[in-house]
Every structure is written in structure tokens, then in C-alpha cells.
Design a protein around this ligand. Structure first.
Ligand SMILES: [Zn+2]
Length: 290
């Protein structure tokens, strides 16, 4: 079976690809970091081998703080995924980003507090650059195809990732506004950091479901409001994913596949065997060991 090239992590509202995905196999992937959110669906989309994972598990059982981000990204890596598309519901922090609009962020702020956010440690130290956390090639294709699919698209913007599961207080929301945040969500960190460590290209299609509570003219955010807009957004998102699958380049010309090239600090002979074994899918090409 062909290795999946494109990975899709579906967030709130997107637990399966309803159209355009020819399902070939459902696989349970074991990782050294524990189990991913669910089994992964392998199939073909527009002829491209893809892997789909429901971030919160089927039936939405796992809250943002409980998601095993390391297992999710590691599973994508060992399957062979090179491009990772994150489909994520977000709150809008700007008047012009209306509920129903889509944002392709170019930056993240990690405001999470209790999540394992690196594959490294236990005797192997690495410091990857997160200066530009989003793959420029994937983000560009994503924004263009979202527009072609009929969405109102904001290209670029800052996604602040909060811990949740509660939404922001009004004071917090106003603070984030003063930081010029575009959208707020609960899941893209540490996902983006882990994708970078795994040298996987990462970009997010952020679907605005509501104005966060800073927006005084609106009613305060309720789960019901969020879910209604979410349903409308999810249909568009699936069309966008199909379009992206149809035009991904064969070779990656971006810097993402070399993220670890100058990031591994530990002397080779000092790396414990067990740690090496666990991280071999990530570091094996730089540190060959039998
Ligand atoms: Zn890239």
C-alpha cells in the first residue's frame, strides 16, 4: 500500500471525511508516546494517498488538554505523512473575521499550560526553530483553494492557543485583543511544534465559529451557537481539503523537511539507546545507528 503523503487532522465537527475520500484501510497505530486520538483512516483523495485522524476521537470524547498530540503527530510521521493539514474551529478576535469566515494563520502563540510539547528529552536534546511555524507552501495552497471553494478567507494572522476547556473570561479576551490576535483556539499548540520536530509541513484551516466574548454586541459564546456555525463550516472545509489534495507538489521545496538538520545538540555517543529507538523515525536520517 502506498504511504500517505497528506495527513488531515479533523477538529471539532470534522470526525470523518464524508465525500471525496476513498477509504482503503483503518489502522490502529501504536506509538512510544501512547495511542493517538483514534484509529487512522487511510485512503485516496483526488488520487493522493492520505491519512485522516479525528483529533478529539470519533464522537468527540477527548478534550483539548487530554489529546495525545505527540502520539497523533508521531503516528502521521511513521505512516509517511509529509504534509499535515489541521482543520480547526476557532473564535474570532477581530471584527472583520466574521463567523463562517476561514483564516489561514501564519503565526501561533502558545498559551497552553499542561501539555507535553516535545518529542525530545530523556538524553536527546533538540532546539528547532519556530520563528515561522507554518509551512509557507502549504499555507498558500490552502488559502487559494479555500477561496476557490467559495469561502471568505483571511490569509495570515495570529492563532492564540489557550488551554481550555472553558472559553476566555472577558478580561482575558480583551487582553488578547490588545495583542492583535486574529483567532483563538485550544488545539494547534503543541501540534504545530511537534509537526516541526517531525519535519512535517503544517498549516491550519481555522474556521471561525463565533466572536469570542470581547464582542459586546453579540451574545456571549454558547456551545450551541458554536456548533451551528461549525456544521456549515465543516462542509466547506471538506471541499477545501479535496482541492488541496489535488494540487500538492510532489517534492517539498520548503525548509520544513530540514528542521532538525542543525537542531540536534546532544553528542551522538551520549544518546541513550532507548531514547534513540523511540526517536529513530525522526532522527534516524541524521544519526544512523543499527
Ligand atoms: Zn513545508
Amino acid at each position: 500500500m502506498e504511504k500517505p503523503v497528506l495527513g488531515i487532522i479533523g477538529g471539532s465537527g470534522l470526525y470523518q471525511m464524508e465525500e471525496g475520500l476513498e477509504i482503503l484501510e483503518e489502522v490502529t497505530v501504536e506509538t512510544p508516546f501512547g495511542p493517538p486520538s483514534d484509529s487512522l483512516i487511510l485512503g485516496k483523495m483526488e488520487g493522493l494517498p492520505v491519512a485522516f485522524l479525528a483529533r478529539h476521537g470519533k464522537g468527540h470524547r477527548i478534550m483539548p488538554s487530554e489529546i495525545n498530540y505527540r502520539a497523533n503527530v508521531y503516528a502521521m510521521k511513521v505512516l509517511g505523512v509529509q504534509w499535515l493539514l489541521s482543520i480547526s474551529a476557532v473564535g474570532s478576535m477581530k471584527e472583520e473575521i466574521e463567523p463562517g469566515h476561514m483564516v489561514v494563520p501564519h503565526q501561533f502563540i502558545d498559551w497552553t499550560r499542561k501539555r507535553a510539547s516535545t518529542f525530545f528529552g530523556d538524553g536527546l536534546v533538540a532546539h528547532v526553530s519556530m520563528a515561522d511555524p507554518v509551512c509557507p507552501v502549504l499555507a498558500k495552497i490552502l488559502a487559494e483553494e479555500a477561496r476557490r471553494a467559495g469561502a471568505t478567507v483571511h490569509e495570515g494572522g495570529v492563532y492564540l492557543c489557550m488551554e481550555g476547556p472553558q472559553f476566555s473570561t472577558r478580561a482575558e479576551s480583551l487582553l488578547y485583543r490588545s495583542w492583535d490576535i486574529s483567532v483563538i483556539g485550544m488545539t494547534n499548540m503543541p501540534e504545530a511544534k511537534l509537526a516541526r520536530e517531525a519535519e512535517i509541513c503544517y498549516a491550519t484551516l481555522a474556521m471561525a465559529t463565533d466572536y469570542d466574548c470581547w464582542h459586546q454586541a453579540e451574545e456571549d459564546v454558547t456551545v450551541e451557537m458554536v456548533i451551528q456555525t461549525l456544521k456549515r463550516n465543516v462542509e466547506t472545509a471538506q471541499a477545501v481539503v479535496r482541492r488541496v489534495a489535488a494540487r500538492l507538489p510532489v517534492e517539498r521545496g520548503c525548509p520544513c523537511p530540514k528542521a532538525l538538520e542543525n537542531a540536534l545538540i546532544t553528542q551522538e555517543e551520549a544518546i541513550p539507546h532507548e531514547t534513540y529507538r523511540r526517536l529513530k523515525p525522526l532522527v534516524g536520517k541524521y544519526i544512523p545507528r543499527s
